[in-house]
Design a binder for this molecule. Structure first.
Ligand code: GUN
Ligand code: ZN
Length: 449
C-alpha cells in the first residue's frame, strides 16, 4: 500500500446523465453498499462493494460509513465570502441592502488580517455543509482574493474566485478604475489561475457598478486568458433591472450590457436571472453561459421566483447551477438551498424531485462550470471530493427517515430537513478535511485565528 491510496465504503449515489433531459432512472447511480477507491486524490474505482472488494490494495482498509449516504461534494455556483459577517441582515431589498449592509461590510477587507479571519471561517462553514467547490466573490481589494485562495490552497479545495470590479455607484473606498481593476485582476490571474486547484474568475459585480469601459476591460481579460471564468449578477430585482435600462439606454437588454463587452460565453456564470425574457434564455443557451439559481437569497431579499423549468427547457436548455448567495442567501448548506428551491418551483406550479435536486447541487453545478469532466460525480477519473451525509443527523431527521420507503423519499427528506447537521464528514481530493466526530477540532487544518 502507498499512503495516497484510500477507500470509502457505504451507500452511495451519483449521476451518469442529466435528469432534466432524460428519465431519472437512467441518470441516477445508486449502490446500497458501495466501495470508492481513491489514489492521489482521484477516484480510481466506484461500484458495489461485493464486486470491488477483491481489488482493494493490500493494507487499504476502507473507512466504513454504514448508515450514511456518500455523494459527490456539493457545488455552490454563487456566493460572497466577505458577506458571511452580515448574513441575515434585516429588512431591505437588493439596492438598499447593498448600500446599508454590503458596502459597509466589504470595506473591512482592506485589512488583510480581517480577510484571513473571514476566509478561514467561510471555508470551514462550506466544508461543514459538505460543499467542496464554490464560485466565490471576494471584494474589490486584491488582498481579499489572496486571503481566500491561500486558505483554499491549504485545504486543497477546488475553488473559483475573483476580485470584484467596481468603478462607480459604490462608496469611494470600494472603487477601482477600469485600468486598475484590469491590472489588479491580471496580476491575480498570473499568481493564482491554475495554481493547484485554484481558478480565477473575472468578477464585475453587476452592470450598475461598472462603466462600459470597465465591462470592456473585463472582456479583454477573458480574451487574453485561457479557461478563465466570469461571474456577475443579472436580472435579480425589478428596481435593479429598471436602473440598468436607464444606465445603458443603447443596450437591448440587461444581458446585452454584458454581451456587448464579450462577457457572455462558456464559463460565464450569471447570478439570479429571475426577470428574464425568452430571448435572454435563448442567448445564454447559444453562448453556453450558465445561470446560478439562488433560492434562499431570492426569497430573503424578496427578489422573485427563478423559472427553473423555463431555463432548463429541453428545446434550448441553459446550464443551471445552485447558489447560496450568502450573505443575500440565508444558509451555506446546499441542502437548505434545495429545500427553498423546491418551494420556489412549487410557486410556479411545478415540482422539483429529489433526483433532479441532487443533480443540480452536484453534477449540474459542475456542468454549469464546465468542470463536469472532473467534478460532480463519483466515478473513475473524478476528483475525490465527497460528502458523507447522515440521514439521522438530527433527532427529527432520525425520526422522519424511519418512514422513508424509497431512496427518492429519503433524499427528499434530507433536502427538506437537512443542513450542516446532516453532514458527517467531507473529503477533499481524497483527504478527510472535516469529520464531525473528530475530538477537538473537526477540521484537518487549524484555524489561523
Ligand atoms: N448585486 C450586486 N451585488 C450583489 C450582491 O452582493 N448580492 C446580491 N444578491 N446581488 C448583488
Ligand atoms: Zn450575489
Amino acid at each position: 500500500m502507498t499512503s495516497n491510496q484510500k477507500a470509502l465504503r457505504g451507500r452511495a449515489i451519483s449521476f451518469s446523465g442529466n435528469p432534466f433531459e432524460r428519465p431519472a432512472a437512467e441518470c441516477l447511480v445508486h449502490h446500497e453498499d458501495a466501495l470508492i477507491l481513491v489514489e492521489d486524490g482521484r477516484i480510481t474505482a466506484f461500484g458495489p462493494y461485493a464486486d470491488l472488494a477483491a481489488t482493494l490494495p493490500p493494507g487499504v482498509e476502507p473507512v466504513h460509513y454504514p448508515d450514511a449516504i456518500l455523494t459527490a461534494g456539493f457545488i455552490d455556483t454563487h456566493v460572497h465570502y466577505p458577506q458571511l459577517e452580515m448574513i441575515g441582515a434585516y429588512g431591505a431589498q437588493l439596492l438598499e441592502w447593498l448600500e446599508t449592509y454590503t458596502f459597509v461590510t466589504e470595506q473591512r477587507f482592506a485589512d488583510r488580517a480581517h480577510a484571513d479571519m473571514v476566509a478561514g471561517h467561510f471555508l470551514r462553514e462550506l466544508l461543514r455543509a459538505g460543499t467542496t467547490t464554490a464560485m466565490v466573490y471576494c471584494t474589490v481589494h486584491p488582498q481579499s482574493v489572496e486571503a481566500f485562495f491561500a486558505e483554499s490552497e491549504r485545504f486543497n479545495t477546488r475553488m473559483i474566485a475573483g476580485k470584484v470590479l467596481m468603478d462607480r455607484h459604490a462608496p469611494p473606498a470600494l472603487l477601482d478604475t477600469a485600468q486598475r481593476g484590469y491590472d489588479e485582476s491580471k496580476a491575480l490571474i498570473a499568481r493564482w489561475h491554475g495554481r493547484g486547484r485554484q481558478h480565477y474568475c473575472v468578477t464585475p459585480r453587476f452592470a450598475p457598478t461598472s462603466t462600459e469601459a470597465q465591462l470592456d476591460a473585463a472582456g479583454a481579460l477573458l480574451r487574453e486568458h485561457d479557461a478563465i471564468f466570469m461571474q456577475t449578477h443579472l436580472c435579480e430585482n425589478l428596481a435593479e433591472v429598471a436602473w440598468v435600462r436607464e444606465l445603458f439606454p443603447e443596450r437591448s437588454s440587461y444581458l446585452d450590457t454584458y454581451d456587448h463587452a464579450g462577457l457572455v460565453g462558456q464559463r460565464s456564470m450569471f447570478g439570479h436571472a429571475i426577470h428574464m425574457h425568452e430571448a435572454d434564455f435563448h442567448r445564454c443557451h447559444e453562448a453556453g453561459a450558465a445561470l446560478a439559481f439562488c433560492p434562499t437569497s431570492n426569497l430573503f431579499l424578496g427578489s422573485g421566483l427563478f423559472q427553473l423549468f423555463d431555463a432548463m427547457d429541453p428545446a434550448r436548455p441553459v446550464r443551471v447551477g445552485l447558489g447560496t448567495d450568502v450573505g443575500g442567501g440565508t444558509s451555506l448548506s446546499q441542502l437548505q438551498s434545495l429545500n427553498e428551491a423546491y418551494k420556489v418551483v412549487a410557486m410556479s406550479g411545478r415540482k422539483l424531485d429529489a433526483v433532479r435536486a441532487f443533480y443540480l447541487a452536484t453534477l449540474g453545478g459542475a456542468r454549469a462550470l464546465y468542470l463536469d469532466d472532473r467534478l460532480g460525480r463519483l466515478a473513475p477519473g473524478y476528483d475525490a471530493d465527497i460528502a458523507v451525509l447522515d440521514p439521522k443527523g438530527t433527532p427529527l431527521l432520525d425520526f422522519r427517515t424511519r418512514h422513508c420507503d424509497t431512496l427518492e423519499e429519503l433524499l427528499f427528506v434530507l433536502m427538506t430537513l437537512g443542513d450542516d447537521r446532516a453532514v458527517r464528514a467531507t473529503y477533499v481530493a481524497g483527504e478527510c478535511v472535516y469529520d464531525r466526530s473528530r475530538a477537538g477540532d473537526p477540521f484537518r487544518y487549524p484555524a489561523r485565528v
